[in-house]
Design a protein around this ligand. Structure first.
Ligand SMILES: [Cu+2]
Length: 261
């Protein structure tokens, strides 16, 4: 734990880093849905999700500083990892709380897409940075009433070259797990890579979540090349869903893969 934090602090933001902020001892991260900690709601209902971080001794944390251009990054995934959204809840400096309106009419950056929040359990991973305490992470769940539609998680098969090649409509992209001792390297390539531009302070972002949602990593592309890294540990072997996110010609693109590590 301490090593991971040190590592995240020591490596400059411009370099590749995997600041998969983890829950921090002495800090409680919480989510409530419309003021209730039961975190249940009906599908399609407009609800406010509120997120906060509380220090056991000093109370609510309010001294957030931007990390990759935003004060809080929230990754929402369905429990079967078939659905995904990366959103940025709105900060209230008075209370130190972040809010997200789901199924509502909030701005484009802080609202999950409409196809999200179908019945079932949703997992939410929050990443923020306190000026005094450093990276803060939170892992939450919420339940949308009704019968969940669950898709099995099946690994994408790599070609003999090791590359997993996939089509997304007219797009083609590929990823390859590259052996690296004590860390993880994922090489990525995109057929139409002209006009890529930085997004949230990086060339690209990779979100990696283990089957069942126990483990969460946020990877970044190294400058000039699209290799995504977890540099401070090797994620445990298993099946993972990976979403590579890049910005090209003004548009944020998301490429999902299922990889076996
Ligand atoms: Cu974000």
């Amino acid at each position: 734990m301490r090593n991971a934090i040190l590592c995240a602090l020591l490596i400059a933001p411009a370099a590749a880093r995997a600041d998969h902020a983890r829950p921090r001892p002495g800090v409680r991260a919480w989510l409530d849905v419309e003021g209730s900690w039961l975190n249940r709601m009906d599908a399609g209902a407009e609800r406010t999700w509120t997120i906060g971080f509380e220090d056991a001794k000093t109370g609510p944390i309010k001294d957030f500083v931007p990390i990759h251009d935003k004060l809080l990054h929230l990754i929402l995934v369905s429990e079967d990892l078939s659905r995904f959204a990366h959103v940025h809840p709105v900060f209230d400096p008075e209370t130190g709380r972040f809010t997200l309106t789901v199924n509502g009419t909030a701005g484009p950056d802080d609202r999950p897409p409409a196809e999200l929040l179908e019945p079932g359990t949703w997992l939410a991973f929050a990443e923020a940075q306190s000026a005094a305490k450093g990276p803060l992470g939170g892992r939450f769940s919420a339940r949308v009433r009704g019968k969940a539609r669950r898709a099995p998680l099946v690994a994408d098969a790599p070609a003999a070259s090791g590359w997993i090649e996939k089509s997304y409509g007219v797009e083609r992209a590929a990823v390859r797990v590259e052996p690296a001792k004590g860390m993880l390297h994922l090489a990525f390539k995109l057929d139409d890579a002209k006009g890529l531009e930085p997004w949230l302070g990086m060339e690209g972002h990779g979100i990696l979540v283990s089957e069942g949602g126990e483990r969460f990593y946020h990877l970044h592309a190294m400058s000039g090349d699209l290799t995504f890294m977890v540099h401070d540990e090797a994620p445990a072997p298993g099946l993972y869903k990976l979403w590579i996110q890049l910005k090209r010609r003004g548009e944020v693109l998301t490429f999902p893969f299922t990889v076996r590590l």
